[in-house]
Design a protein around this ligand. Structure first.
Ligand code: G1P
Length: 291
């Protein structure tokens, strides 16, 4: 067997309209909404880098240029911070800086679904395995969730998606696994269904917004078959890989916050603030007033 290709690429779809956060997202990209003091997209990029990802492709759309600006070097700002002696924040900005040439953007011109968004990155993906991170899903994990998937990819030699169990009545919001064999941490998969009704869902194990996929998924997405919600679904493209390549779900260690949901977003603020030594005491104190 030939050696596995290393995982160095990530695709981050950021073309979504953010209708659930209107009016906040009328002129602001939803991925730029901050949790504590950094935008959602920054958490996703940091998580990917912690997994050894070196090349990034943002799938953008109209009104998303602020995301691209965010990852550029703000030369004037850095100079001003330096002059004012604000060296801590300057060091933080510099640590975040992207390697020159490590981030590209592709525009999804029409909102045809997540599968179509990923297909738009086909030239970037080429013949390499790649991670996908959906920035709405914010992960609080000891070890980067994408790094956990990268380990599982090396173990299984194929496709891996991060999964979690949800109550039956909520499976219709997710991609759902049809389980071949549940081995605990890893679950081998015999089918995938996008947003099934609870009565017909094959399990309550759902895909969260973290994937490591083989490049062959692009050929399946290229058929542009419409699925749930009349969109080209990534889940349907992935389902076609099953039987030809290893496909597993990984029960990742950590917590997920659905930041596409207002309550989930608010909970993420609290959880991430409580992780910060400079903020935790004050946050604990004010929370007493609301219990
Ligand atoms: C997308 C995927 C779905 C997955 C979910 C995770 O759905 O299509 O399979 O379970 O992300 O967040 P969306 O949230 O875009 O409707």
């Amino acid at each position: 067997m030939s050696a596995l290709k290393p995982l160095k690429k990530a695709v981050l779809p950021v073309a979504g309209l953010g209708t659930r956060f209107l009016p906040a997202t009328k002129a602001l990209a939803k991925e730029m909404l901050p949790v504590v003091d950094r935008p959602l997209i920054q958490y996703a990029v940091d998580e990917a880098r912690a997994a050894g990802i070196e090349q990034f492709c943002l799938i953008t759309g109209r009104g998303k240029t602020s995301i691209v600006e965010h990852f550029d070097v703000a030369y004037e700002l850095e100079k001003t911070l330096e002059e004012r002696g604000k060296l801590d924040i300057l060091a933080e900005l510099r640590a975040m800086a992207m390697e020159p040439g490590s981030m590209v953007t592709v525009r999804q011109q029409v909102p045809m679904g997540l599968g179509h968004a990923i297909w738009c990155a086909r030239a970037f993906i080429g013949d390499d395995p790649f991670a996908i991170l959906l920035p709405d899903d914010l992960m609080l994990c000891e070890e980067s969730c994408t790094a956990q998937l990268a380990t599982a990819y090396r173990e299984t030699g194929g496709n891996v998606v991060a999964i979690e169990e949800v109550p039956r009545d909520r499976v219709n919001r997710y991609g759902v696994l049809d389980v071949a064999e549940d081995k605990g941490r890893l679950v081998s998969v015999k089918g995938l269904v996008e947003k099934p009704a609870p009565e017909v869902a094959p399990s309550n194990l759902t895909i969260i917004g973290r994937y490591v996929l083989m490049p062959e998924v692009i050929g399946h997405l290229a058929r542009m078959e419409r699925g749930a919600g009349n969109e080209v679904q990534l889940t349907d493209g992935m389902a076609r890989l099953i039987g030809t390549q290893p496909f597993h779900g990984l029960r990742y260690e950590g917590r997920r916050f659905d930041c596409g949901d207002k309550a989930g977003f608010l909970e993420a603020q609290i959880a991430f603030a409580l992780k910060r030594p400079d903020m935790a005491p004050a946050v604990r104190e004010f929370l007493k007033r609301y219990s």
